[in-house]
Design a protein around this ligand. Structure first.
Ligand code: HEC
Length: 212
């Protein structure tokens, strides 16, 4: 008895949600359209679908009001900027939590091939400020043992990758040069130490570092 009732409730629910026409009574909703014997029924739109449609209209109006009548509060540009800022923060947090994943093992090259590659990079990008022989100009002398930002492959790599102090003219090269290229040119810079440039700029920097 109870199952009967349940069934009939489910059936009623289903019927109210679909408003499907009873099987066998198609003639009640038959249209006059006949396409090569294929005929068309005029079923009502199922209410479950119709309500979904109404809901999307309401959400659409709500969204329209939110987005287009209140550009101060909301705009796609702001949303984008906020999301990028959030993502950048998340990246920083992740980098701080996993420093081992982002650490570049900086290598000091001493072989001819990598030093020649470093020299080419130096002559292409750095001579305007450091001179071809590293004697210095706008930038400091790279052949002496005095360093403003620190000597040694790691620190020199860091200077090239991240740039010098703001406003001094030494930009960050990590967007222009690959990590290995920065290692090559840093190694080349170190190889210049102790050479005698034509017009050496007076030593700058309090850090003294000499290669072994
Ligand atoms: C536009 C001029 C300019 C260019 C181009 C330039 N530098 Fe510099 N460089 C500077 C200046 C200025 C400093 C000093 C930065 C400071 O005082 O913070 C500097 C500092 C450095 C230092 C640190 C020196 C020290 O005493 O600590 C290194 C190493 C260096 N540059 C290497 C390079 C390399 C390699 C390139 C090419 C990829 C390059 N620079 C391109 C201007 C330049």
């Amino acid at each position: 008895m109870t199952t009967d009732k349940k069934d009939s409730f489910l059936k009623r629910l289903l019927k109210s949600l679909t408003k499907a026409n009873e099987l066998g009574q198609e003639d009640q909703i038959m249209t006059n359209h006949d396409y090569d014997g294929i005929r068309e029924l005029d079923n009502v739109l199922p209410p479950w679908w119709l309500y979904g449609f109404y809901i999307t209209i309401i959400i659409g109006i709500f969204y329209y009001v939110q987005v287009f009548t209140n550009p101060e509060e909301y705009s796609q540009e702001k949303e984008y900027i906020n999301e990028v800022a959030q993502a950048n923060k998340a990246i920083e947090v992740y980098k701080n939590e996993h420093p081992e994943l982002f650490k570049v093992d900086v290598v000091l090259f001493t072989d001819a091939e990598n030093l020649t590659a470093g020299k080419t990079i130096f002559l292409t990008n750095c001579v305007a400020c450091h001179m071809a022989d590293g004697g210095g100009g706008i930038g400091p002398n790279l052949t002496d043992d005095h360093w403003i930002l620190g000597g040694g492959i790691e620190k020199i790599y860091h200077t090239i990758s991240e740039g010098g102090r703001t406003g001094k003219g030494m930009i960050s090269w990590k967007a222009a040069l690959k990590s290995v290229q920065m290692q090559q040119v840093a190694s080349y810079v170190i190889s210049l130490q102790g050479t005698t440039p034509a017009n050496p700029k007076a030593s700058q920097g309090d850090i003294v570092w000499t290669k072994q």
